[in-house]
Ligand binder design. Structure first.
Ligand code: SF4
Length: 243
């Protein structure tokens, strides 16, 4: 695994490299033990495209909470056709009905953290146990909480065994404009809800249209002091350094 010094040096050098080169490093180092996780936001689509064009055959997965918009579910098969890749769908052990039976109706209105843990974090955790590198589409300009992410980070996956996982954020420095210019130029299918004013699209109960001047993710979990579902915050970071 990477030492702190290697990590810092890598992160610095990745800052000056094109995204496809960062992805190529991951492919060379981890092969198919590295996988792209995406909820089909713009940056994830760009990353899958760059990987495919450069013959970096990373597995791709998404999390289907059972509460996604119909448009998002349909987009998955359109993307599989477009990219020629199979996109694995991770599902929670608990159906929405079972969650309702156990926790009562509309848990997301009362305890969205618990709902996200059941429907997103736990399925992801199972998946990450089989990976050495998790590749995400996080971008620094999305929110304040993402402004300091590294391009490469290491997280402690299991405290007792000290199992670690590399998290690669190759899109960290991209702006929203760059992402959508790339998508338009390369005619990549995207979520039609974008054209109706949704800028960050998650589960239907927790996503609303955002206005100009609002954060990209301001339309998520309105009414709660919550900007992250938990999948990017549940693991402790091995080393923290300033970018
Ligand atoms: S985004 Fe909302 S509905 Fe989806 S898992 Fe989280 S709380 Fe539940």
């Amino acid at each position: 695994m990477l030492t702190s010094a290697e990590l810092l040096a890598l992160d610095r050098s990745f800052g000056a490299q094109p995204t496809e080169q960062i992805l190529a490093w991951a492919w060379e180092r981890f092969g198919s033990r590295a996988a792209i996780g995406t909820s089909f936001q713009g940056a994830g689509l760009v990353m899958i495209d760059l990987a495919q064009r450069n013959k970096l055959r990373f597995p791709v997965f998404t999390i289907d909470t059972g509460l996604l918009f119909r448009e998002t579910v349909e987009l998955r098969s359109r993307l599989e056709d477009f990219f020629g890749v199979k996109i694995e769908s991770l599902e929670p052990d608990t159906t929405v009905q079972e969650q309702t039976d156990f926790h009562g109706p509309e848990l997301w209105k009362r305890d969205p953290d618990l709902c996200c843990t059941i429907r997103k974090v736990l399925p992801l955790k199972d998946k990450l146990a089989d990976l050495d590198c998790w590749i995400t589409g996080l971008r620094r300009e999305q929110t304040e909480s993402r402004a300091t992410i590294g391009i490469v980070e290491v997280y402690v996956f299991d405290e007792s065994s000290r199992q670690e996982i590399v998290k690669l954020n190759p899109m960290a420095t991209w702006s929203r404009e760059q992402v959508w210019q790339y998508i338009r130029e390369n005619r990549i299918p995207y979520n039609p809800l974008r054209d109706r004013g949704f800028r960050s699209i998650g589960c239907w109960p927790c996503t609303r249209i955002t206005g100009e001047g609002e954060d990209e993710r301001a339309g998520r979990w309105t009414g709660f002091n919550k900007v992250e579902c938990g999948i990017h915050t549940f693991l402790p970071k091995k080393v923290d350094f300033q970018i």
